[in-house]
Write a protein that binds this ligand. Structure first.
Ligand SMILES: NC(=O)c1ccc[n+]([C@@H]2O[C@H](COP(=O)([O-])OP(=O)(O)OC[C@H]3O[C@@H](n4cnc5c(N)ncnc54)[C@H](OP(=O)(O)O)[C@@H]3O)[C@@H](O)[C@H]2O)c1
Length: 248
């Protein structure tokens, strides 16, 4: 277990108030990390802090706002003096419509949060990792292949995949590893409506070899692996956790 121990590490998780981010934050805390819970809604972040039961701090920030990200960095450095792990998890949904009916505003909102948010957090939070570290960008199977009627979402996640590879090259020599974790379908607020849909829900279950959506907690093992010394020689890669979706 020593390789997976995160005792003494300061880990920031964006979008930690619910869904996958909450599952990851709880997993990192179980392995000893001090976890910084970031997101836009204080109440849900505090619920995660309560579930963790100490060894965490809450900070409200919109990842698409540069001033918020800089304030988050300053608050974490004031509290911990360092940043060891950054999990860029905050993200918004595919809108499931054709490009002809997708407005510029809808495109921009998804790109701003899912891609520009990762850029800003890497720049200011990863950039402050002075003693080495690990950046984990939450991508998706939609960053590895197209999904129907999901152009902005797939473009944002594909962008995250290559941002990750490019940054891994730039930061390897300074001891900062940069990888993605790419989930398949996970039952969260983002996907629950889809899972409950008569036609689309069943189609996705049929298309997933394991025949079910993951739980958020099932993303925790992967993030602990990427955050810890267990993955010390891994950078610029994508860890796909998808119930077999990509095997076809
Ligand atoms: N669920 C899936 O099947 C699935 C599959 C592949 C990849 N993913 C990816 O996994 C990540 C988490 O998804 P999820 O399913 O857990 O979604 P979710 O349950 O909707 O949670 C999204 C989280 O992101 C936060 N967030 C959204 N916009 C933000 C912003 N501008 N600034 C800061 N925080 C923001 C939300 O909190 P606030 O609204 O309070 O800020 C919330 O905590 C996303 O990047 C998503 O694309 C999900």
């Amino acid at each position: 277990m020593k390789d997976f121990d995160l005792t003494g590490k300061t880990c920031i998780v964006t979008g930690a108030g619910r869904g996958i981010g909450r599952g990851m934050a709880e997993g990192l805390a179980r392995h000893g990390a001090f976890v910084v819970l970031a997101g836009r809604t204080r109440a849900t972040l505090e619920e995660t802090a309560h579930a963790i039961g100490g060894n965490s701090m809450v900070f409200t920030a919109d990842v698409a706002q540069e001033a918020d990200v800089v304030s988050l960095r300053d608050a974490v450095l004031a509290r911990s003096g360092k940043i060891d792990v950054l999990v860029n998890n905050a993200g918004v949904n595919a809108i499931f419509k054709g490009i002809e009916r997708t407005s510029l505003q809808e495109w921009q909102q998804i790109i701003d949060i899912n891609l520009t948010g990762v850029f800003l957090c890497c720049k200011h939070l990863g950039g402050a990792m002075t003693q080495g570290g690990s950046v984990i960008n939450v991508s998706s199977v939609a960053g590895h292949g197209g999904l129907p009627r999901s152009v902005p979402y797939c473009a944002s996640k594909g962008g995250v995949e290559l941002l990750t590879k490019a940054l891994a090259l730039d930061w390897a020599k300074r001891g900062v590893r940069v990888n993605t974790l790419a989930p398949g379908w996970v039952d969260t607020d983002l996907t629950h409506g889809l899972l409950g849909h008569d036609v689309h829900g069943q189609r996705l279950l049929d298309r997933t070899p394991m025949g079910r959506f993951a739980t958020p907690d099932e993303m925790a093992g992967g993030v602990v692996f990427l955050a810890s010394d267990a993955s010390a020689f891994m950078t610029g890669q994508s860890l796909v956790i998808d119930g077999g979706w990509g095997a076809e």
